[in-house]
Each structure stands twice: as C-alpha cells, then as structure tokens.
Write a protein that binds this ligand. Structure first.
Ligand code: SAM
Length: 292
C-alpha cells in the first residue's frame, strides 16, 4: 500500500506526504507563511487529533483552515457534519473534489465556506465542536472570536504553536500566564492535550506544536460583564510589571477610584495582573460596573 493512502475503517482514505505534495502541485499552490500554511502529512497525527476531539456521529464540527483536507478527511467519518472555513480560494474550491475522491460516501456531510474565519458571524448550522490545525498567526484571536460568536460550541480541540498552547493553558503566577490564559478561562476549562513534532508538516515549521482542549463552562455571565472583564485584563497585562493600582488607571479612573474598586473586590491594589485568577478579574469588573 502506498504511504500516501491509508484507508480508515469507515469510508475515507487519509492523505500522506506524497499525496499532499501532488495535490498542491496539481493546484499550482505553494504554501505561504502569510496564511500559516503548514499541511499535515501524517495520517496518525490527524487520527490523534480526532480521537482527542471527543466528537461523535451527531456532532457538527467547524474546522478552521482545512487546507488540502488532511484533517477534514479524518473528521468526516466520525461526525454528522463538517463546516470547513478556508480563506484561500484555491484550497476552498479544491476541497469538495478531494473529499469526493477520498470519502465519496461522506461528501454530502461537508460544507466549505470560503472566508476569513475572523469575519465569520454565522454558520449554516450551530456547531458543537471546533477542531482545527490553526493558522499560527491568528490562533488566539480566532479561537476567542468563535467562542464568543457561537455559544453552541461545547468543546474545542486545536493544534497551535507549542508556546501558544502553554500560554492558553497557563494558570496565575507563572511567567507565561497572560491575556490568552485569562480570556480562554472565561469560556471554559483549558488543558493541554499533547505535543506534536515538526516533521508531520509540509513544509516543516520552525517550532513545535501542541494540542489544546477547552471544555465550555456553563455559566451565566452576561456579554457586558465579559467585555468589561476583558478590558481590565488587557490593561492589567498591558503594563504587566506595574501594580494594579497603576495599570488599571487608564480604564477605571483616578487612583482613588481604582483603589476603592479593588478594595471592594477584595483585591490588594499592590498586586500585579499576573497574580490574579479569572475570578479575581471578574470580581473587579463587577465592582467597576457599580461605579460606572
Ligand atoms: N487543516 C490543514 C492541515 O492540517 O493540513 C491546514 C492547516 S494550515 C496550518 C492553516 C490553514 O488555515 C491553511 O489552509 C490556511 O490557508 C488557512 N487560513 C489561514 N488564515 C485563515 C483565516 N483567517 N481564515 C480561514 N482560514 C485561514
């Protein structure tokens, strides 16, 4: 059996290195750095992602950046529907025929949307899961945008740069804890779900990758409170060496007001943002809302 085609047990054949390169050549497509185009050439990696994604046959998965279809083909046999959002028109146009030839019985379960994921505000169906090998330049904003826009998303599993995976899953007190850690924690419980080497990609990136899982929390916070909390988080980490007393002046007001909001929230104004949990930031936002 050629390395490029490995049948799955359920109706899709996965793409390997030879086939990915041939597919790109046939489309005259050269992977670009600008769009973070590093395609997975290893069937075991896409199988692993699908296993880690906790999907089932009734789930509707949104995949951001399907590229040449490596992960899409592994997802299709395991879910009800894949909504694939791809910015590159050449790759978006080619995907239906790749699926028709590699997973003919599943082609109706794919919808391709040729668009910038950052600008997607609606989808033809409510997605239950987001599963993606993300373009690295927009990985954090795109995940936050989808969590905000699609409350139906109950779980996400994404492959990102290893360093970004660490940041997303970091807790208070660590050096890498920052804006992505707190904002992701707003939406759910974040954990790392494995590491991935460079050689499973073509072209191979300069950095290792990691898998990150978020399981959405069922909470009642309103969008206004989220916005205010995120504004406070941005300000606190914008000047992360400064104490909250100083760093929050630009968003909360005079030193006296900042001081009293922090005291009412039960937070020491002499702390720095990196020492605060999500709950601490929410407590500050709740107090700030009362005085604004
Ligand atoms: N899923 C494929 C795989 O695993 O082989 C490709 C992953 S590649 C890292 C990222 C993909 O995202 C590319 O196909 C790229 O064209 C696409 N992309 C980049 N920026 C995007 C955006 N803003 N919206 C949607 N797709 C984007």
């Amino acid at each position: 059996m050629p390395e490029s085609i490995e049948p799955t047990s359920n109706g899709a054949t996965l793409l390997g290195a030879t086939e990915i390169r041939a597919l790109a050549a046939s489309l005259n497509a050269t992977p670009t750095k600008k769009l973070g185009q590093n395609f997975v050439i290893d069937p075991n990696t896409v199988r692993r992602i699908v296993t880690q994604a906790h999907v089932s046959e009734t789930d509707v998965v949104v995949e951001i950046g399907p590229g040449l279809g490596s992960l899409t083909l592994a997802l299709l046999p395991n879910v009800a529907k894949v909504l694939a959002v791809e910015i590159d028109p050449v790759l978006a146009n080619a995907l239906p025929s790749t699926v028709a030839s590699h997973a003919p019985s599943l082609k109706e379960n794919l919808t391709v949307i040729n668009a910038d994921a950052m600008r997607i505000n609606e989808l033809p169906m409510d997605p239950t899961h987001l599963v993606a090998n993300l373009p690295y330049n927009v990985s954090v904003p795109v995940v936050l945008h989808f969590l905000e826009t699609f409350p139906s998303l109950k779980e996400i599993l994404v492959m990102v740069q290893a360093e970004v995976a660490d940041r997303m899953a970091a807790g208070p007190g660590s050096k890498i804890y920052g804006v992505p850690s707190v904002k992701m924690a707003w939406y759910g419980d974040v954990t790392k779900a494995g590491s991935v080497g460079r050689n499973v990609f073509w072209p191979a990136p300069n950095v290792d990758s990691g898998l990150v899982r978020l399981v959405r929390k069922d909470h009642q916070f309103d969008p206004q409170l989220r916005e205010l909390t995120f504004t406070i988080v941005d300000a606190a980490f914008g000047q992360r060496r400064k104490t909250l007393r100083t760093a929050l002046g630009s968003v909360l007001g005079s030193p006296q007001i900042v001081e009293s909001i922090l005291r009412d929230a039960g937070i020491d104004p002499g702390l720095r943002g990196e020492q605060l949990s999500l709950q601490d930031f929410v407590a500050i936002a709740i107090q700030a809302k009362k005085v604004t």
